[in-house]
Design a protein around this ligand. Structure first.
Ligand SMILES: C[S@@+](CC[C@H](N)C(=O)[O-])C[C@H]1O[C@@H](n2cnc3c(N)ncnc32)[C@H](O)[C@@H]1O
Length: 292
């Protein structure tokens, strides 16, 4: 059989080859490979895509998030390190909270609702910490990716429900006094950034996963409106929202103004925190009910 010599030029190519040839990276990096002509043609076409700016993660078809390998496709956002950063922080806090609940100093947090789940990275990473999980997305194709990840990563969890819907529409909590947490990494990029999508290297990603009106807050405003109109009598005890550093303070203001009209249990108030990401950008708005 005729073979073609091939030498890997960079790390991106090396990662592609490890996947396409099922070889460990040390058998690929810096090595002279002998490829069949069909392997060579496939690799050349994938390298051409990579060189044209198509994301390596889409070509590889999976991404590591919080130590688990999630399948992704061009129908979902590529998971970002900033998201992994706050999900890790949330896990630590939930573990502490669980210990408090076990020692009867806090009421157990039983239910997770994630809106805009995409590939499911957030909801499926957190699902083992909850009895009941509701993961929503408006995109049917994104939900297919998330369901595939659920089958691969947490097949035995009895209660993970996927709902194709607009934010919180059609969501039914297990009971009317469910103690729940709402998490979301909704589209938050101002639509004006669309003209820079090539420069920002997001042109291959679905626009429905990125943009949200002039200031990037259309979906956040809609979410808060739905939340207050549907759940004013049973608001989540925690809300974690990933946002854009350019609009996170405005989001906080909108939410504070809306939430101050709600009646909470005596002695309970809302507390607001903004967490920065690993690059020191204000990235996550955390809102909690706090009882003295
Ligand atoms: C920024 S991506 C986040 C995906 C995933 N949670 C992550 O962190 O990688 C936003 C997701 O919200 C979904 N989405 C957009 N508009 C929505 C809506 N009105 N209701 C529910 N989901 C929506 C998109 O389809 C996309 O999957």
């Amino acid at each position: 059989m005729t073979t073609i010599d091939f030498c890997v030029k960079n790390f991106g190519q090396a990662r592609l080859l490890t996947k396409l040839l099922s070889l460990p990276i040390n058998r690929v990096l810096g090595q002279q490979l002998k490829l069949t002509s069909s392997q060579f043609d496939l690799i050349q076409s994938q390298i051409a895509l990579l060189d044209s700016g198509y994301p390596l993660d889409y070509l590889l078809g999976s991404v590591n998030f919080c130590n688990q390998e999630f399948v992704i496709s061009k129908d979902v956002l590529i998971p970002r390190p900033a998201t992994e950063f706050w999900v890790n922080e949330l896990i630590l806090q939930l573990e502490d909270f669980k210990a408090e609940a076990e020692s009867h100093t806090a009421e157990p947090l039983t239910t997770l609702v994630e809106v805009g789940t995409g590939s499911g990275i957030i909801g499926l990473t957190l699902a083992p910490l909850f009895d009941y999980n509701i993961l929503t997305d408006i995109s049917r194709k994104a939900l297919e990716v998330a369901k595939n990840n659920q089958i691969r990563l947490c097949p035995k969890h009895p209660h993970i429900e996927f709902i194709q819907t607009d934010l919180l529409d059609n969501i039914i909590l297990p009971t009317t006094n469910t103690n729940w947490i709402l998490v979301a990494n909704l589209p938050y990029v101002p639509i004006g950034d669309l003209i820079n999508k090539e420069k920002n290297r997001v042109s291959a990603e679905p626009e429905i996963a990125l943009y949200s009106g002039t200031d990037g807050l259309d979906l956040t405003r809609k979410l808060i409106h739905q939340l207050v109109s549907k759940y004013s009598g049973n608001m989540p005890s925690q809300i974690w929202l990933e946002l854009d550093p350019r609009n996170i303070y405005e989001a906080k203001k909108i939410i504070q103004t809306t939430f101050q009209t709600l009646t909470l249990k005596p002695g309970t108030k809302w507390i607001y925190n903004i967490l920065t990401d690993e690059d020191d950008f204000a990235r996550v708005l955390v809102i909690k009910q706090f009882t003295n």
